[in-house]
Ligand binder design. Structure first.
Ligand SMILES: Nc1nc2c(c(=O)[nH]1)N=C([C@H](O)[C@@H](O)CO)CN2
Length: 118
């Protein structure tokens, strides 16, 4: 199984458990590794057989634009389900970061793996 990946995708959304967070938009950063067989796309040099990272990125950004999750755990779970269902991704690893959430930390977030890696 090959991988198609996205690094540091910035998505703006309403996210957080505190009152002030319900009234602002914040930026999350997302790293995504997606299992995919890249050989058919390479053999035909054809995007139609590829997992289109641009389409995945745009869909995630559009989805998160309209959400108001409290926890990044929930956001990560929903993004993972969307990518697996809509793009037919059998396995993924998603790292969702909320930079600045803890002033003394460089970064905080969650890392999840969903699906089976063939
Ligand atoms: N495991 C988590 N811990 C915390 C979250 C979260 O989403 N998952 N969120 C917050 C607050 O919203 C925080 O980001 C505000 O700075 C606290 N802990």
């Amino acid at each position: 199984m090959d991988t198609v990946f996205i690094r540091e995708l910035a998505v703006d959304t309403v996210i957080g458990v505190y009152d002030w967070e319900r009234a602002v938009r914040q930026t999350l950063l997302l790293d995504l590794d997606m299992g995919w067989d890249n050989r058919p796309a390479a053999a035909g040099d054809n995007l139609q057989h590829a997992l289109d990272y641009a389409a995945v990125s745009a869909r995630i950004a559009s989805f998160m634009d309209g959400q108001q999750f409290q926890l990044i755990e929930t956001a990560a779970e929903e993004i993972a389900a969307l990518v697996r269902t809509e793009f037919g991704v059998p396995w993924l690893r998603l790292r969702l970061c909320k930079p600045g959430a803890v002033a003394a930390a460089k970064d905080v977030g969650v890392l999840i793996e969903r699906g089976e890696r063939p």
